[in-house]
Design a protein around this ligand. Structure first.
Ligand code: GDP
Ligand code: ZN
Length: 372
């Protein structure tokens, strides 16, 4: 499929093959022998798509500012000899203002795009033995964490980076949360709490037995139930942190009970068994949806900034545009104000690539027919 009307905008080849693991492995092996090929990193496709959208957006900002700058320079250089539009300054002001507004909008994106570059941090927490490590292994489909019936097996944070529905995820399994005399285990608990607090999404796991002992009335408001449960472990999620509850080991309760939970309780709760894989598909679907919300789906709505470096340059650019307005409004010093636009373009140029003097001259000649 030739670009640019593909997912990432690049030329794309898609292979439709038999789904068996042996076939997939053999095809990947064969592709891997082609020079200059490599596997995509987690979330790389989504990120490239987002980067393409951003590039278009920044080039648009840049073009608008180049035009403004060219008009200002024409105003400075030629206003006495040529008949320039009288309200050229007002026009420029409006154009710059609108770039500033669009830039600000781009900057207030809750850093969604940066998650797409760095990975969404998801942390699994819960008491010992509820199946946290089994869950990590099931989701990543590889045995990363040690699963055992002995409580306190996972003592440090175990991380796994993988791709969840096109989004990069850094999933952490943590030590079971409980009071303990064991020095190493209690350090593990401390790390579990601190990891949870700094993550984007906290997945609290209860096992079916624990869930049976929860008062049904406390489940009416799922979010506050989860948050108060987390608080009892010393985890205080902040406002923009997402939380979810997973009830594992439903194979251990009678089918009727599991069925009743699924149908009568709020949709926020996920019921599954890591042993029989019941509910695993729903679980992964739910987590994917939350991760997507945290990153922003590039196919829906606006692309968001994926790099911190871009953010700081765009902030500097917006600041210069603000100063441009001030200078023009208060001192009416067009030369000084134009300098701010040049600076703004310089910061924007750090994001898009570069700034050419020739382009300014092009606009001057095109828009004013000067020197022809
Ligand atoms: P963790 O301490 O929370 O990480 O729990 P583990 O993943 O190590 O699991 C603790 C024990 O529970 C192990 O013996 C697992 O095999 C078992 N286990 C995990 N998930 C399930 C499940 O869905 N059903 C049942 N019956 N046992 C499970
Ligand atoms: Zn564990």
């Amino acid at each position: 499929m030739p670009g640019p009307h593909t997912f990432t905008g690049e030329d794309l080849a898609e292979l439709h093959i038999h789904g068996g693991q042996a076939v997939i492995n053999a095809v990947l092996y064969a592709i891997g022998r082609v020079p200059k090929t490599r596997l995509a990193e987690p979330g790389e496709f989504t990120r490239r798509q987002m980067d393409g959208d951003l590039r278009r957006k920044f080039s648009d900002f840049r073009e608008r500012l180049m035009t403004a700058r060219a008009h200002l320079e024409a105003f400075i250089d030629f206003s006495e000899e040529e008949h320039l539009e009288p309200d050229i300054l007002n026009k420029v002001k409006r154009a710059v203002k609108s770039v500033q507004v669009d830039l600000k909008e781009c900057l207030t994106d809750n850093r969604r795009g940066e998650r797409l570059r760095n990975g969404v941090h998801v942390t699994i927490v819960g008491e010992p033995n509820v199946g946290k490590s089994s869950l990590l292994n099931a989701i990543c489909q590889k045995p990363t964490a040690i699963v055992s019936p002995i409580a306190g097996t996972t003592r440090d944070v175990v991380e796994s980076a993988f791709d969840l529905g096109g989004y990069p995820v850094l999933l952490s399994d943590t030590a079971g949360l409980r009071e303990t005399e064991d020095v190493i285990e209690s350090e593990g608990v401390r790390r579990a709490v601190s990891r949870a607090v700094s993550s984007d999404l906290i997945v609290l796991v209860l096992d079916a037995d624990q869930f049976t002992h929860v008062a049904p009335s406390s489940l009416d408001n799922p979010d506050s139930f989860i948050r108060s449960r987390l608080a009892s472990f010393g985890i205080q999620p902040v406002e923009n942190q997402r939380v979810t509850l997973l009830v594992n080991k439903i194979d251990l309760v009678p089918d009727e009970v599991a069925q009743q939970w699924r149908t009568s309780l709020p949709k926020e709760f996920i019921f599954l068994s890591c042993t029989t894989n019941t509910g695993m598909r729903e679980c992964i679907g739910k987590l994917t949806g939350m991760v997507e919300e945290l990153c922003g789906n590039p196919l829906v709505g606006e692309a968001s900034l994926t790099q911190h470096r871009h953010r700081s340059n765009l902030e500097a650019c917006a600041e210069r545009l603000g100063r441009f307005q001030e200078l023009l409004d208060s001192a009416e010093d067009v030369t000084l104000a134009t300098h701010e636009i040049q600076q703004a373009l310089r910061f924007l140029g750090k994001v898009t690539g570069h700034v050419y003097v020739e382009e300014v001259l092009d606009v001057i000649f095109r828009d004013f027919c000067i020197g022809k």
